[in-house]
Design a protein around this ligand. Sequence first.
Ligand code: ADP
Ligand code: MG
Length: 189
Amino acid sequence: MENFSCSMAKDAERSVVTTYWSIGTNLGNREQNLALALRCLVENANIELCGQSAIYETEPVGYTDQDAFLNAVLVLRTSLRPLELLALAQEIEARLGRERKVVWGPRPIDLDLLLYGDLQVRTDGLTVPHPRLHERKFVLVPLAELAEDQIVPGLEKAVKRLLEQCSDRAAVTRYRPVQIRWDWTKMES
Ligand code: ADP
Ligand code: MG
């Protein structure tokens, strides 16, 4: 895991919160999709990248004619509120999806808000902690790398305990290169 210093100034009005994100892709140029989504996130002035897990490759279960996924977890410090973050994530998903729709299909990137500080949110469009976080090894393995002792609100268990108890048997293997590279944004798609 690589750590970045978090220098975002604390806003007097809006507190800065540590958030964890799952980022995944299995369509098109997967490396480029990861890099473009990350660039879109950090281009937002209210978001700062504080850490990222290794990238993992996850074989799809069920629909085996799909490509394998690349998955990672990002740590972002932000002054944005949960619904603002959801809107931003959906905008990024749509942007990347639309750009590649003709060639690659509709969903080259999936951005899920896993944790927003200690907050629990339950609205029509947003549930935090992410409701399927504990069922997915491709989320728990990279999340445990960054925050194994983090207690997941609602489940009241540490991430490492959730990973031990997870019954997902899909293979989640380390990918090379280990982390998202900025120069992937310039790859041919
Ligand atoms: P999944 O991520 O489970 O594969 P989708 O990406 O298609 O599924 O998301 C389906 C819906 O989940 C979105 O329309 C979004 O409103 C909702 N959603 C609820 N909670 C969250 C969350 N924490 N992060 C991202 N999306 C969420
Ligand atoms: Mg999603």
